[in-house]
Design a protein around this ligand. Structure first.
Ligand code: NDP
Length: 310
């Protein structure tokens, strides 16, 4: 039996994905018709990116699952026409990229690298940074990405805390959960990294009140989503010196409008949503594996909880 798999994403993505996907299907003995256009009522699976033209899932009457190519699902999870199971991307390449980005930016602030990078002015500065063991790093979000970053930061010797919705146990990490624990997770933290999803519950997790829990002169690193931070409160905290620097990869509006104060603030680093990317080789394997599982009657991996929104 031939499976019809619709690739609903930008065409340039199809050009990257079609060969590794076809090879993966062949390896598992699946006969698949992979295409960017198919009659909706014939489609068995949709490989999906929220920037595709498919917005109404109603005509896909026999579709067994929608497999998202992105880790973030906020722009599809509340689509009422989507009645099929939805999975999100958990990909080793994406995770490794995020671990590298997060540890790099953490070390930048920890070591005070800017002092020397921007200080080539003939002044022989003698700043000695504390060791990682004296630096508290808090990860907000301990999912696929947050937990991998936490483990890497533990390896580097940081005092690592993590906060999530449900209680987690990660070697070397002091873990907290639920709204009542947020204050403890942030109290006195020197560096806070946001890897939460964009849901109604996580909006403005960092605001005037919670930013004030962090240590004076601390750092915010946000590769999660722009909605996690109240922009105005962050700018006020930067101006007062409560927050020394914010490294921001994600924003409420992307691309970040040229007039936004983040672009012009001396203590903000704007990164154009490039912390980490889904990698074609590893992501293709994840998609193929999930289709194989579904065909064999096994549960889908990385299934999104539609009520929770992630
Ligand atoms: P996961 O779904 O695996 O993890 C999400 C984490 O957030 C979980 O630990 C979850 O808790 C926690 N969480 C969710 N809601 C709450 C809440 N209300 N209170 C406390 N904790 C909460 O996601 P990933 O780790 O794969 O990805 C995280 C986010 O990173 C994505 O949603 C996306 O927005 C962003 N991202 C950014 C990229 C970039 O390039 N900038 C690339 C890829 C992803 P629990 O474990 O209890 O469920």
């Amino acid at each position: 039996m031939t499976l019809n798999v619709l690739f609903a994403a930008l065409y340039e993505r199809f050009e990257q994905y079609q060969t590794p996907l076809k090879e993966g299907f062949e390896k598992h003995g699946l006969d698949v018709n992979l295409a960017t256009e198919l009659a909706p009522e014939t489609v068995d699976y949709i490989i999906y990116a929220p920037n595709s033209s498919v917005k109404d899932f109603t005509p896909y009457t026999k579709c067994k699952a929608v497999l998202n190519l992105w880790a973030g699902v906020e722009s599809v999870v509340f689509n009422e026409t989507l009645t099929q199971p939805l999975t999100r991307m958990v990909d080793d390449g994406l995770t490794q990229g995020m671990v590298e980005w997060v540890t790099g930016h953490t070390l930048r602030h920890h070591l005070g690298m800017d002092t020397h990078i921007h200080g080539q002015d003939g002044v022989w500065r003698s700043y000695v940074p504390p060791l990682a063991k004296d630096r508290v790093v808090t990860l907000l979000g301990l999912g696929a990405l947050g937990s991998a970053c936490a483990a890497a930061l533990v390896q580097l010797g940081f005092v690592v805390r993590g906060w999530s919705k449900s209680q987690k146990h990660i070697n070397g990490v002091t873990t907290f959960s639920g709204p009542h624990d947020l204050k403890q997770a942030l109290a006195g933290a020197h560096i806070v990294i946001l890897l939460l999803p964009n849901t109604p519950e996580t909006e403005n997790t960092l605001n005037a009140t919670t930013l004030a829990y962090m240590a004076q002169g601390s750092y915010v690193i946000n590769p999660g989503r722009g909605t996690l931070i109240n922009d105005e409160d962050l700018l006020n905290s930067l101006d007062s010196g409560q927050i020394a620097h914010a490294t921001l990869d994600v924003f409420r509006v992307e691309p970040l409008p040229v007039e936004h104060p983040f672009w012009h603030h001396p203590n903000v680093t704007v990164v154009p949503h490039k912390a980490s990317e889904t990698r074609v080789d590893t992501a293709s394997q994840v998609i193929v594996e999930n289709i194989v599982r579904c065909e064999n009657g096994q549960s889908l991996k990385h299934r999104v909880d539609r009520a929770a929104g992630y």
